[in-house]
Structures are given as structure tokens and as C-alpha cells.
Write a protein that binds this ligand. Sequence first.
Ligand code: SAM
Length: 317
Amino acid sequence: MAVPQASWTILATLRWTADYFRTKGVSEARASAEILLAHTLGVSRLDLYLRYDQPLNPEELARFKALMVRRREGEPVAYLTGHREFWSLDIRVTPAVLIPRPETETLVAAALEAAESVGAGLKLAPALEQHPKTQNLKPKTSPLWGVEVGVGSGAVVIALAKELDRMAWVGLDRSGAALAVARDNARRHGVAHRVHFLQADLLAGLKPFAAFALLVANLPYVPRAEWERLPREIKTFEPPGALLGGEDGLDLIRPLIRQAQQYVKGGGWVLLEVGDQQAPQVAALVEETGAYDRIETIKDFSGMERVVRARRLDGTG
Ligand SMILES: C[S@@+](CC[C@H](N)C(=O)[O-])C[C@H]1O[C@@H](n2cnc3c(N)ncnc32)[C@H](O)[C@@H]1O
């Protein structure tokens, strides 16, 4: 192949690579070329266009070509760069964790809304926050607790910990390798002191003491038949244990719904991310427990019912 030469400029390299990716059936060809070239040069995507006539030196070109070949073979861009943006946070990712998806921001937004009704409140307004007397407004009692089941990279629990600065969190995952990535991300975002990560099968590692104000989970929910149809990019590179949910996709969500009511306090909320067409079935499973007085489904930006949210009956927790 007529690969980019040392004399090639940023613009020429981008054009060539985007065309090459297109002919090889690489998804998001232009964006992939831009992100990988920006990563190689240690600049932003915008910077590429501000320096479009700058030639690449041989060392930059060699590093870029190596990434280009891996991308051609289907490796996700986020694994190649080691980063993905989620909720405007830079999240480190490795092949041990699912790459956080934009639609999962719906789960974060729905949890923030629910948090207001349990008194977690959002951050104090900036003007108040800067006023020395606002120290007195901070609760003197122990903080409200939340739990995320299946943290993966930690994207969700870290976004929530950053937004809800009065809450402390437990982050659970079955995968030790994922927990290592999540711990690192929590440290990088300055919330490690408020998120306690534990290795556990669903909630099995915790005593059922009905203490949590929020329980959020984006567990694997891809049904077996759908798994076969997923793009190679996902099937080959992302951890199956983060995606596969058994025959109907609900192998993990079903037992979590059975356990959750023992962990969430009255007036607290359970929030579950679900896959295409699963919301009615999951809402019915939640209803069957008789433990919740408000059950809602929330749509994502594409109009799909993405989150099932339920409020624990008061006075029973
Ligand atoms: C779909 S990923 C979600 C990761 C992250 N919360 C996100 O939204 O990007 C599901 C996560 O659940 C974890 N998981 C799967 N089965 C589990 C189980 N039985 N108990 C705890 N975690 C589990 C996987 O290891 C994976 O990290």
C-alpha cells in the first residue's frame, strides 16, 4: 500500500488515512484518523487543522502507522488511545473494561434527578460555594450513600461522585482488572476518598442493611442472539463479561432486582440501564416485587427507553 511518506503534511496524512479506512470498512473513518493522529502528535483534534501543513517526522509517522494498522484490524479507537470522554470527563480505558457509551449518560442524568428528591442535592451554587459561611450548610451527619453495581471503568460512579459532592459511594464489579482501572480513574478525578471499590458478584459482598439512597447499574444486557450480530469491533475487542446477559439479556438484571430492595432505603431509588425493547419487561419485574411506589422509564437522546427508575416504598426500608 502507498502509505504516508515522511514528507507528508498533517492534512495529506489525514486525507489519505480517512480514505484508506473507508476502503477497509473501518467505522467512523475520518474521526478515527483525526483522533489517532492527534493522539500521536499529543495535540487536540482542532490543533490538527491549525497546523495542517506541518510535516510529520519519521518517528511520528512510524507511531501513527502502527496505530493505523491496529485500527484497520478493528481495534476500537478508545483502546488505542487509552481514553474516552464521558460526562465531559476524560476516562482512562483498557481492554479490561467496556468503553463507556454516550447513551449511558442518560443513567447519570436520571440518577442526578432522583438524587434531588432524596436530599443529596446538587452542588451548591458557585456563588454560595465561595462564601465562607456556606461551610455551615454542609451536613454534619454522615453522608448519603450510593452504590453502583458493575462499575467497569468507573465512568458512571465517578461522574455521580463529582456531581453529588455530599454523597459517598460503593463501586462493585466482579472483575478485579476492571476495578483497578476504576480506582485509577477515581484517583485521577479526585474522588477516590468518596468511592470505595469492592470486588463482588452483584451485591453479594455487602450486608443488606437498606442504607443506600441510590443504586445504579449498567449491567451486561445483550441477549445471546443479538451478540452474534454485534460488530466485530465490539465482539473481538470488548470484554464479553461486560456485555453478555444470557438468553434474553436479563441474567444479571433479574437477580439484581430481587436483591436491590434489601439495600435501598425508603424513598431511595434504583436505576437500571436496559437494552432495546427491555424496559417494559424490566419495569414489570420491578413492579412484581411490590417494593416500589414509582416506576418510570427514561428515554435516551435517540428516543429509546434506556433507563428504568423506581422509588423504594417509604417506611419499609
Ligand atoms: C456494561 S458494563 C458497564 C461498565 C460501566 N458501568 C459503564 O457504564 O461504562 C458491565 C460491568 O458489570 C460487570 N459485571 C458483570 N457481571 C457482574 C456481576 N455478577 N457482579 C458484578 N459486576 C458484574 C462487568 O465486569 C462490567 O464491568
